[in-house]
Design a protein around this ligand. Structure first.
Ligand SMILES: [Zn+2]
Ligand SMILES: [Zn+2]
Ligand SMILES: [Zn+2]
Length: 260
């Protein structure tokens, strides 16, 4: 399995517009963070988790060849607003791209992108199919239906909102959360790699702090954990140095190979 973290920053992206702080002006490329998104290729199936406002430049920079499905975690702007940029992935096959989401997120996407998901078709829209999920599901390649992968949605809390993390084999991606219920923790055992939200040091009502994320990561016990969704209060080099063994700060473009 090949995983690529296409973006690892919080909703503003880093640098923050107009900001002159140490992180926003850092010369360390690991301190430049696009909005969170992830690309997974396994068993000949290519999936993207979330399509935020930077999706187009991420897909170009990391040469994403195709998309067989999109897994949406939740409907905040920084995770969904690049949805229309899936259109070029529809040019070479008539098969629609299934977009998986929890019911609350599917309802918002239908509203936000009414010209795509609503009645009556407008020419020049991406060929997408919205699918509501709560149970494990199978994603097939759009080019070779013999190729497929199993995906396990993992429900987590993001403040008052319920949203989804996703597990594919021994890899799990859990962004934007401040609480993982016990039933979901049970779905995250025996992981090789976990990607987890760790916003900053100061508490936040809907995200784990770095300290909280370390505690949860150690409870989950993945062989390797990478933190994402950091704000501009997190300088990569110093934050990384404080983390225990087996936990690292992710950065944009990080490529992870997992034997599966
Ligand atoms: Zn977010
Ligand atoms: Zn800043
Ligand atoms: Zn969010």
């Amino acid at each position: 399995m090949k995983v690529r973290l296409l973006g690892t920053g919080t909703s503003t992206g880093i640098p923050v517009i107009g900001c002159t702080c140490a992180v926003c002006t850092s010369s360390d490329p690991r301190d430049r963070r696009l909005r969170c998104s992830c690309y997974v290729e396994t068993n000949g199936v290519h999936v993207v988790i979330d399509t935020g406002p930077d999706f187009r430049q991420q897909a170009i920079a990391y040469r994403i060849p195709r998309v067989d499905a999109v897994l949406y975690t939740h409907h905040h702007f920084d995770h969904v607003v690049g949805l229309d940029d899936l259109r070029p992935f529809c040019f070479d096959t008539e098969r629609p791209i299934p977009c998986y989401a929890r019911s609350n997120t599917a309802a918002v996407l239908k509203n936000m992108f009414g010209y795509i998901f609503g009645e009556g078709s407008y020419p020049g829209i991406p060929n997408l199919q919205l699918r509501t999920v709560s149970e494990p599901f199978t994603v097939h390649s759009r080019y070779d239906s013999a190729k497929s992968i199993h995906v396990l949605p993992v429900e987590v809390d993001h403040g008052n909102m319920s949203m989804l993390g996703y597990r594919i084999g021994n890899f799990a991606y859990v962004t934007d959360t401040n609480n993982i219920p016990d039933a979901s923790l049970k779905m995250l055992t025996n992981l090789d790699v976990l990607v987890l939200d760790a916003l900053r040091d100061r508490p936040h009502p809907t995200h784990f702090t770095i300290e909280e994320a370390v505690e949860v990561a150690q409870r989950i016990g993945a062989r390797q954990t990478y933190f994402v969704h950091m704000t501009h209060s997190v300088l990569h080099e110093t934050a990384e140095a404080r983390l225990p063994k087996g936990i690292s700060l992710a950065y944009d473009g990080l490529a992870i190979n997992i034997d599966s």
